[in-house]
Design a protein around this ligand. Structure first.
Ligand code: ADP
Length: 243
């Protein structure tokens, strides 16, 4: 099976503070994501999680190494080609829901297709809202929805485009426990068939919902855990010694 995402030996270096050394955010990370998988990336603050997510999705250039996203080597793509590859085939869910306040939930879900001049019927939008349990909230503006409901609208907006790969960056970071569980249930359901989810989180319970958990430390994969419990994720992050 061709992996949806195949990254090899990624490094990412930022220029440091004036007169300071460069910051090596990633120092040689490799990973593969197969169709249908949910993979979590965890690690302490500053370990390189966000940088890795941005490099994997082509939002940030790597310093060295290769990323194959949906079978394409990102280094060979021009900006427009990369944008076209991402549009429709890759979805993003962020901690901030990034909904347009003046638009209803229905209009927010329809917006990406409208901007891309792609057809998305009202029925498709309704179906996406129903998938996230918000069939009856399409006419509400974000201010009339809870945080959890807003994040579910953001997920419906992604699902409506039918992506093969969904990147989620701390999607439960602003939610209470119950709302967070609902969002994670949705992401878990989303990862099936040909569609995969890559989740960046510092929440061990959230991370443990994945099929595999990569523990980053100092820009390297310190450990890979297969279907771990939350306690095992916690131990993987906090252990000083590699076992
Ligand atoms: P995490 O998401 O795990 O908290 P990050 O990927 O945000 O980690 O950061 C990894 C390292 O790279 C940190 O030392 C951070 O300060 C540094 N870093 C991230 N982005 C930049 C940037 N734009 N410029 C300089 N340093 C950065």
């Amino acid at each position: 099976m061709t992996p949806l995402l195949d990254a090899h030996d990624l490094t990412a270096t930022f220029s440091g503070p004036t007169d300071g050394p460069p910051v090596k955010a990633l120092r040689g990370v490799s990973l593969r994501v197969e169709p249908g998988e949910m993979v979590s990336i965890v690690g302490p603050s500053g370990s390189g999680k966000s940088t890795l997510l941005y490099c994997l999705s082509g939002l940030h250039p790597v310093t060295s190494g290769t990323v194959r996203l949906l079978g394409r080597d990102l280094s060979t793509l021009r900006r427009g080609q990369l944008a076209r590859l991402r549009r429709g085939r890759v979805g993003f869910v962020f901690q901030a829901y990034n909904l347009i306040p003046a638009l209803t939930a229905h209009e927010n879900v329809a917006l990406p297709a409208r901007l891309a001049r792609r057809s998305l019927s009202a029925t498709d939008v309704d179906r996406a809202l129903a998938q996230v349990g918000l069939a009856d909230r399409g006419g509400h503006r974000p201010s009339a929805l809870s945080g959890g409901q807003q994040q579910r609208v953001a997920i419906a907006r992604v699902l409506a485009t039918g992506p093969e790969l969904v990147f989620a960056d701390e999607p439960t970071g602003a939610l209470d426990t119950a709302a967070g569980v609902e969002v994670l249930d949705l992401l878990r359901e989303t990862a099936s068939g040909a569609r995969s989810v890559v989740l960046v989180t510092h929440d061990v319970t959230a991370a443990a919902r994945a099929d595999r958990v990569l523990v980053l430390r100092d820009g390297l994969v310190f450990r890979e855990l297969v279907r771990p419990t939350p306690d095992e994720v916690f131990a993987g992050i906090t252990d000083r010694e590699k076992v």
